[in-house]
Design a protein around this ligand. Structure first.
Ligand code: ADP
Ligand code: MG
Length: 576
């Protein structure tokens, strides 16, 4: 009779695995240990793809990147206590970026709670601040319901994070199979929110009457998968557009209507701005004076009505999905036969002049190939050598900021960087997710992970994960011996011999001439070390031929190389 009971019961792990599968989850990133080892095996046995990583934080970054790339949340699986707490930074990053993510952690058995159980921690409470939805399913029977809810809430409206807490006792509990609804419904995607036609008319009216109109394309437009509509809008109307960092590629950066190289001017002078899936937060200087005109009129399109009128009052808030809104706007503007003519339009002339001046500055810097190299020469060489449809992952201070203008994106959701939260350490996890996505959905496309030497340090151990899963990520380390910048070897040695090391090593400096590429030797491979433009070309070309493992290209640049002098020093601008 014990055999009979066995065949008729099912455990929490299997119910969880089946439920995730039912809700369309495809990828799980995580690190196993007590009590989730069996969980990971149950995941694999229902066909979920499991990627074992080296730190939960990086696993959490990978899971949110796959959510942004596929539109379906990835799962991050962690152990109890410290495992879940290591995910918190990743959860905050996903929530701040508005990316879908489901985190699942094992937790201490319920009968050990309150008496000092192993890795006991209030995990649901700890997660609540970072989530749209948190729950501990009260019984194994209810797991399918909570998984459906977790996946749905992470995905709909403004995307974000869900957390499910799984005590060891719940995962191991056996319930009678016919009492569990394993085929719990999976709802069809929610119908897109269509805009009020009157608001579309008003938007068309405002844009067509503007003297200096501008379209800003944010990563919300990438999430909305509105690339075809927005590209058509820009091509039909010839409106100048400005992508935000991760809005890059929704309309190709190489479009003649992209005014990234006149960004400051475009923001400062625009009189009507069509804001598509971007927030007027620090990244857009709050939409305020002195970076924007005092009387700028913003047409704000967002899926989240809470976002309207933040920081400045919107002239025209449109609560709608970007895709149907843009489709409707194209028609309205076509009725008006609206389009700008860059050749005889004052606004376009102003922007073109600024673009020309910036291009000249860039060329002068990039053509200076003296060693140690500057950032511009490095990025110009990389851009010329990689494929134009590559996915660019990037983090670091100067590395990310300078690289953004030079490493172009011509496809949507092809740039993953430190994002709204400015998080360092995201690069390797994002790159792992992107490389898996390429393998499954876009074979031959490559992932270029451009890291500062400081940024690389946060999650550098994930190269072992890349090797294990044979992911051909090209990691480029732009190495300036420090955070923002460091010192050359001789200066650093002098500093280190000046007395107490804790007093004389500048906090911004890191090791000099560190040969990060030799980390590939741990796996029996050679890395690349470059000092010149020629060496970079050879290394990138070689790395592109390697299709079954990562490559590291370590580029020593001048520790003093810097970005272009900026008209505004935004981070130190105070409002007080
Ligand atoms: P960026 O960093 O590019 O400026 P943000 O992350 O600040 O972008 O803003 C993205 C915005 O896009 C959020 O306010 C979010 O609510 C919104 N959004 C996300 N998806 C959609 C969608 N499908 N339609 C409309 N708005 C969306
Ligand atoms: Mg650095």
């Amino acid at each position: 009779s014990s055999k009979l009971t066995q065949s008729m019961t099912i455990d929490g792990n299997t119910i969880l695995a089946e439920s995730l599968k039912k809700q369309g989850v495809e990828y799980v990133f995580g690190i196993v240990g007590i009590p989730v080892i069996e969980t990971s095996l149950a995941f694999q046995s229902v066909g979920l793809k499991f990627i074992g990583m080296r730190n939960e934080q990086a696993a959490c970054y990978a899971a949110q990147a796959i959510g942004y790339l596929t539109g379906k949340p990835g799962v991050c699986l962690a152990v109890s206590g410290p495992g879940l707490l290591h995910c918190i930074g990743g959860m905050a990053n996903a929530q701040v970026n508005c990316w879908p993510l489901v985190v699942i952690a094992g937790s201490c058995p319920e009968d050990h709670e309150g008496i000092g159980g192993f890795q006991e921690w209030p995990q649901v409470d700890s997660s609540r601040l970072y989530c749209k939805y948190t729950a501990r399913p009260p019984s194994a029977r209810l797991i399918p319901l909570h998984v459906e809810r977790a996946v749905r809430l992470a995905s709909v409206g403004r995307p974000g994070v869900s957390y499910l807490d799984m005590p060891g006792t719940l995962l191991m509990s056996q319930v009678e199979e016919d009492k569990v609804q394993l085929d719990f419904y999976s709802a069809d995607p929610v119908k897109l929110g269509h805009p009020d036609p009157a608001l579309v008319s008003q938007a068309a009216e405002l844009l067509s009457r503007a003297e200096r109109p501008l379209v800003i394309v944010g990563k919300g437009a990438g999430h909305a998968r509105a690339e075809n509509e927005i590209t058509k809008l820009i091509e039909n109307t010839k409106l100048p557009f400005l992508p935000t960092p991760m809005g890059k590629g929704v309309v190709p950066d190489e479009s003649q209507y992209c005014v990234s190289s006149a960004r400051t001017q475009a923001l400062l002078k625009a009189d009507v701005i069509l804001l598509l899936g971007a927030r007027l937060n620090w990244m857009l200087h709050f939409g305020q004076v002195p970076r924007f005109a005092p009387d700028v009129k913003v047409i704000q399109v967002d899926i989240s009505p809470e976002e309207f009128h933040n920081s400045i009052k919107s002239e025209l808030p449109v609560h709608a999905d970007i895709k149907p809104f843009t489709a409707a706007l194209i028609n309205k503007l076509a009725e008006k036969k609206f389009s700008l003519q860059p050749t005889n339009n004052n606004w376009w002339q102003t922007l073109r002049e600024k673009q020309k001046a910036n291009a000249e500055f860039f060329e002068a810097q990039a053509n200076d190939k003296s060693v140690p190299l500057n950032y511009f020469a490095v990025f110009k060489t990389v851009q010329a050598t990689i494929s134009r449809d590559s996915i660019i992952v990037s983090e670091g201070a100067n590395t990310m900021d300078i690289g953004r203008g030079i490493l172009l994106n011509n496809k949507p959701r092809h740039r993953l960087d430190a994002g709204t939260f400015g998080t360092m350490g995201v690069g390797p996890g994002f790159a792992i997710a992107a490389a898996l996505w390429c393998r499954d959905y876009a074979p031959n496309k490559r992932v270029i992970c451009v890291e500062g030497d400081s940024a690389f340090g946060f999650s550098g151990m994930e190269i072992e994960t890349m090797v294990r899963y044979r992911l051909p990520i090209i990691i480029i380390i732009v190495n300036n011996n420090g955070i923002y910048g460091g010192f050359d070897k001789e200066t650093m040695q002098e500093l280190q011999s000046a007395g107490d090391l804790t007093q004389c090593i500048p906090p911004t400096s890191l090791g000099t001439e560190v040969r990060y590429e030799k980390m590939m030797e741990m796996f029996g491979e050679a890395g690349h070390f470059c000092r010149t433009v020629e060496e970079i070309e050879v290394a990138v070309k070689k790395a592109i031929t390697v299709t079954d493992r990562p490559s590291i290209i370590n580029i020593a640049i001048s520790p003093q190389s810097n970005r272009k002098p900026q008209a505004f020093n935004w981070l130190t601008e105070s409002k007080l």
